[in-house]
Structure formats: structure tokens, C-alpha cells
Design a protein around this ligand. Structure first.
Ligand code: DAH
Length: 337
């Protein structure tokens, strides 16, 4: 076979094999086989030197053109095996990136749940400021300036004589002052106390207070509402205990304990082996509080209560460290979506 024929045959053969390669590695091998230093085309071209000068120039030109064409073909073919990162390639088998839906924080969910239960009993919702005056936080609630009851609440004071409210009861002072009975209100919100942070206490927490003022309101009305709330929030079939207590703004005052729903009263670590869990404070609004707000205590009576939010949520969802609510660790929060 003449040299030009041999070159043309190699070219045809190489093109055909390029078309059939199915991987970048075999394409590279093929390139070395035809165009490498010891490759087939290179070997054939070595025979050029034996040709007469005229013919050598002609055939040499043809052979070089063939080499360039094959180089181009190899380059194009390599493009077929470009990495999948290339924009034109879509791999429909890859898992999707997905959209994660956000959700209300478990503290907000618990506040909503508490509010929903009272809303269902006809309570309205009112809110007040986190930064309060001494008057609404203490004085209007019957805490005299040097009364030892102020020690119950370690207060954070801010500039200008104001303070971070230590409970949500000041919203009761404000609403009592603004409205005329009958009123039936719940007041959810944030509270602050200068406490040592531990598994059970935090400097910032939430409460939902509630109160009702009307003619002829009795302690039985209060008991009815609070028993209904406890059943709705914690479930049926648990005993409740109204235990005498003290708050400056209620007289008489009580605290409600619920039978521990983990051990059903037998005694366990959660209820500290008492069989009972303390969940809220309540009482009949002290006549002095009604009077300060401009209502006649001879005509009107009322009851009030204050429920913590984190504590019942910890009990209900078996959370053993209050700090988890405030760390914003999504692994914790995602459990309550
Ligand atoms: N403010 C009280 C506290 O933070 C809780 C409380 C008790 C609120 C009795 C009330 C109430 O409205 O009547 O400990």
C-alpha cells in the first residue's frame, strides 16, 4: 500500500474507533495509539524520508493535515465526557436540595396553646411592655416600697428608674386601670429575673397571666376555669390540688399542683418524689388592687392567675433543661415541628 493510502486508511480507522469510545480513559489510550511518539501514524510518517523530495513534500503536507484533523477529533470527543458539573448536564437521579419549612418555636407554640384554651372560655388577649415602671410591676399590685414580697422577685433595673418586668401581672394593672368591668383577659409575655441560670431557672422566661372582674365572682368560678384549663392542657384524669399560698395582689391566694403525669402520683425524679407538680399561682384579686385601679371593691370582685410557660412545656414534652429553649439549636427545635 502506498504511503498516502496508508495514511488515509489509518485516519478512517482512527475516526471510526473515536466514534465508538465510551470513556475518557479509552479515548486517551486511542490518542496515544495513533498520535503518540511511538504511535501508528507516527510510524507510517517515518517512511517519508525514503520518498523522492517532491513526493515527500506533498505526502508530508497531507499527513500533517491528517494529524491535525485527528487531534481536533480527539479534542471534540473528549468534550463528550466532560464532568457532570457542566451546566448542560442534569442528573435527574441526584437527591433534591429540598425546602425546609420553618415553624413556630416550642415556647410560642405553648403560649398559643395556653391562649387558645382560655380564648375558648371567652378570655380576650392583652399585651404590655417588657420594660415596666415600678408602679405597674409592684406598687399597683399592692407591693409597698419596702415590702419583703419584693424579695420574691429579683429585679433587673434599667436606666431611668424603669425595670424589666418580673412577671406578666403588670399587664393586669394596666388593663384594670383602662377598662370597666366586666373584663376577662389573658396576658401572655416575656418576663425577666436576676436568677442564677440552671437546668430549672433562667433570667428570661414567659408567663401567661389571666384575670376576670365582674359582679359576684367567686373562688368557685376561678376553680372551674383553672380545672378546665389543666384538663385541656395536660389531659384528663389527673388530680389537682389547690394549696394556700401568698401573693401581695390576691387574697386569698393559692397555688395549683397537678398530679405528676409521669408517675401518676407514685413519686419519681421529675416530681422530686412528691407525686405533685406545681403549675400555677392564683387567687381572688385583692380589694386594694381593684381600688387603686379605680373600681369599687364592694361592687366588683375578680380572680387572677399566672401560669409559667417553660415549666409546663418542660413537663409536657419531658424536657429536662430550661436552657434548651434559648440555645436555638435546630436539632432540638426541629423535634417540635
Ligand atoms: N405573678 C406571679 C409570679 O410571677 C404569678 C401569679 C400568681 C399571677 C397569682 C397571678 C396570680 O395573676 O393571681 O409568681
Amino acid at each position: 500500500m502506498s504511503l498516502p493510502d496508508e495514511v488515509a486508511r489509518l485516519k478512517r480507522e482512527a475516526l471510526e474507533r473515536i466514534g465508538k469510545t465510551d470513556s475518557l480513559a479509552s479515548l486517551k489510550e486511542l490518542q496515544v495509539l495513533y498520535l503518540g511518539r511511538k504511535g501508528l501514524l507516527t510510524a507510517v510518517l517515518k517512511g517519508l524520508k525514503d520518498l523522492p523530495v517532491d513526493e515527500r513534500r506533498h505526502v508530508g503536507g497531507q499527513a500533517n493535515q491528517c494529524r491535525r484533523q485527528l487531534e481536533e477529533e480527539f479534542k471534540q470527543a473528549a468534550g463528550r465526557f466532560a464532568s457532570p458539573a457542566s451546566h448542560t448536564l442534569i442528573d435527574p437521579t441526584l437527591p433534591g436540595t429540598g425546602q425546609r419549612l420553618g415553624a413556630a418555636h416550642i415556647v410560642s407554640q405553648t403560649i398559643d396553646e395556653i391562649c387558645r384554651i382560655f380564648y375558648g372560655m371567652g378570655f380576650e388577649i392583652a399585651r404590655g411592655p417588657d420594660v415596666e415602671t415600678d408602679y405597674y410591676n409592684f406598687e399597683a399590685l399592692n407591693f409597698p416600697p419596702d415590702h419583703p414580697a419584693r424579695d420574691m422577685q429579683d429585679t433587673f433595673f434599667v436606666e431611668g428608674g424603669r425595670l424589666l418586668r418580673t412577671h406578666t401581672t403588670p399587664v393586669q394593672s394596666r388593663e384594670l386601670e383602662k377598662r370597666k368591668p366586666p373584663m376577662k383577659i389573658i396576658t401572655p409575655g416575656k418576663c425577666f429575673r436576676n436568677e442564677a441560670i440552671s437546668t430549672r431557672a433562667h433570667v428570661s422566661f414567659h408567663q401567661v397571666d389571666g384575670f376576670l372582674v365582674d359582679e359576684d365572682v367567686s373562688m368557685a368560678d376561678m376553680k372551674g376555669a383553672l380545672v378546665a384549663f389543666c384538663k385541656a392542657f395536660f389531659g384528663e384524669g389527673l388530680k389537682l390540688k389547690f394549696r394556700p399560698s401568698y401573693f401581695p395582689f390576691t387574697e386569698p391566694s393559692a397555688e395549683v399542683d397537678i398530679q405528676c403525669f409521669l408517675c401518676r402520683g407514685k413519686g419519681c425524679r421529675v416530681c422530686q418524689h412528691t407525686g405533685w407538680l406545681e403549675i400555677l399561682g392564683c387567687g381572688m384579686i385583692d380589694p386594694a388592687v381593684l381600688e387603686k385601679a379605680g373600681h369599687d371593691p364592694e361592687k366588683y370582685t375578680g380572680y387572677a392567675f399566672g401560669v409559667g410557660v417553660e415549666r409546663p412545656a418542660m413537663l409536657k414534652y419531658r424536657i429536662d433543661d430550661i436552657r434548651l429553649f434559648f440555645n436555638n439549636d435546630v436539632r432540638f427545635l426541629r423535634q417540635f415541628i
